[in-house]
Design a protein around this ligand. Structure first.
Ligand code: GRF
Length: 197
């Protein structure tokens, strides 16, 4: 028995944050292991990365289900099959129902590329630049029914520089995401961060 908490990562695409979590979890003293990776898109490049690491993967398209709830019930079945303690959303591009988020309340976390509560939703970097903001960043937060609204666990800040585009800013923020997410999961899995409802 390793004593490590069992974690699933939910992705929809590239999976660079997933990779950062997988790499961090290789450390013997890291309190969590990544036991499964789920994608709602079969073509998500991150699935191949996870398989190459010997991690179980699964994918289901919501379009093959009658309803969002049916899709999420199937997803919960997969997560329960992996016996996960925690769920990390990492670029998972599906809005989840309150049935799902309440089932995993305090157990599911997400990374968002802004200094929440600023810039919830999509196109965060472009919006921050066009507002003339001087600072951007990323937030790891608990997943609750409201989109990008759950309590924050950690944030990291970066400057917005003159001439930044959404792409240059996203790249600067992503460097911080890859450090922040493993640290936030470490806090959660070790019991140092807990959901206060
Ligand atoms: C990241 O910027 C994350 O903050 C956002 O979606 C992006 C996913 O990138 N939610 P990746 O798939 O982890 O590379």
């Amino acid at each position: 028995m390793s004593g490590k908490k069992r974690v699933a990562v939910l992705i929809s695409g590239r999976g660079s944050n997933m990779t950062a979590l997988i790499e961090a979890a290789k450390a013997p003293d890291y309190p969590a292991e990544i036991v499964g990776v789920f994608s709602n898109r079969a073509a998500a490049p991150g699935l191949e990365t996870a398989r190459a690491e010997g991690i179980d993967t699964a994918n289901l398209a919501q379009s093959s289900f009658e309803s969002r709830l049916d899709f999420e019930n199937a997803l919960t079945g997969i997560l329960e099959g992996w016996a996960v303690d925690y769920v990390c959303l990492a670029g998972f591009m599906r809005i989840l129902t309150s049935e799902f988020t309440n089932r995993w309340l305090g157990k599911a976390i997400n990374i968002h590329p802004s200094l929440l509560p600023a810039y919830k939703g999509l196109d965060t970097h472009a919006r921050a630049i066009s507002d003339g903001a001087l600072e951007a960043g990323c937030t790891v937060h608990f997943v609750t029914p409201g989109l990008d609204e759950g309590p924050a666990i950690l944030q990291a800040r970066v400057p917005i520089k003159p001439g930044d585009t959404a792409e240059t800013l996203a790249a600067r923020v992503l460097v911080e995401e890859h450090k922040l997410y493993p640290e936030a999961l470490r806090l959660l899995a070790s019991g140092e961060a807990t959901y206060q409802g």
